[in-house]
Design a protein around this ligand. Structure first.
Ligand SMILES: [Mg+2]
Length: 321
């Protein structure tokens, strides 16, 4: 499928390549690329489907370093693409249908609890970040600042409580509430962010039971670490867990964090019949334990260039004969 690439619109490529070869022209060159790309994209022999948009003014001082820039497309995809939005809605719609089945079948459990859980009230466990709440504006902030993730910046973002809901997420949570199903929010946000997280969820319309602690954060209890298994077990002790929702393997399986790409494949394949039936994954190409898997077991890279080189080395790529 033809793909629109910045720097390759008709008439744009030769100019921008010449420009980029000039010493010290990186920032200005990138600004030119963005402006030209904004003027429209076409494939050979086809007129653009819509009128070209006006060029977007670009602050050249804000061009991030290459390692950070590598995240730009995934964040833009998450924020702007209708594909991302409809995938979110699709996941919640499928989860609704699965919930209807689970309510009609007392033996149904997303955690394989068996018939002993049949008399228990029904619950759903959902992760928060990039499952219910959209933190891509935080990623955007890091990109604009050309900055790595930091606990300080994350705290500022979380305490602002400005994350928006994912498409279909609030409606799904309300669907559960209307059916008497308890939604547990199981998040690796730290316990110190409980009030702000509660505030953010409520602000955008997520229902939350007040008589039970349904917001289970990391470190809220000593045994509640990044691996969410102990929190799933905590919920399963009192509820029949009908569904799990998350954007990371760690939201479903123990041992996903720190595992290699191959180990993650084995973990997921062993539970493959659950995905799409009682486990529902939301798309998140911007970050996650999948990233750690790329360098699992390796020493920390010496710097950003080495980190980027290692990523490039992981690519599976066609080699022309
Ligand atoms: Mg998440």
């Amino acid at each position: 499928m033809p793909r629109c690439v910045a720097g390759s619109p008709p008439g744009g490529s030769a100019v921008s390549e010449r420009f980029l070869r000039r010493p010290g022209a990186r920032f200005a060159g990138l600004a030119l690329l963005v402006t030209v790309a904004g003027a429209g994209c076409r494939t050979a022999g086809h007129a653009p489907a819509v009128a070209p948009a006006a060029p977007v003014p670009v602050a050249t001082a804000g061009i991030p370093s290459p390692l950070h820039l590598a995240k730009l497309d995934s964040v833009l995809w998450f924020q702007t693409s209708e594909e991302a939005r409809q995938l979110q809605r699709q996941a919640f719609l499928a989860a609704r249908r699965a919930l209807d089945q689970a309510l009609a079948d007392p033996a149904w459990s997303a955690l394989g609890q068996g018939t002993s859980a049949a008399p228990l009230p029904v619950a759903v466990i959902a992760d928060v970040d990039e499952t219910l709440l959209d933190n891509s504006a935080f990623e955007g902030w890091m990109l604009r600042r050309d900055s790595d993730f930091s606990a300080e910046a994350w705290t500022a973002w979380v305490e602002a409580a400005e994350a928006r809901p994912l498409a279909g997420a609030v409606e799904f949570a309300r669907y559960l509430a209307e059916r008497g199903v308890t939604l547990f929010y199981v998040t690796n946000r730290d316990a110190e962010h409980e009030a702000a997280t509660r505030d953010n969820l409520a602000r955008v319309g997520f229902p939350m039971r007040q008589d039970v602690d349904v917001l289970l954060l990391r470190h809220e209890r000593p045994e509640w670490q990044s691996d969410k298994e102990s929190r799933r077990a905590h919920v399963a002790a009192s509820y029949r867990v009908a569904l799990l929702l998350g954007d990371d393997l760690n939201d479903f399986l123990s041992g996903a964090r720190g595992a290699s790409v191959d180990e993650r494949r084995r973990l997921a394949e062993a539970a493959a019949d659950r995905f799409g039936t009682s486990w529902f994954l939301l798309p998140n190409p911007t970050y996650g334990s999948w990233e750690g898997a790329l360098t699992a077991g390796e020493q920390k890279p010496g710097g950003p260039d080495e980190a980027l080189a290692r990523r490039l080395a992981r690519l599976r790529a066609f080699e022309a004969p």
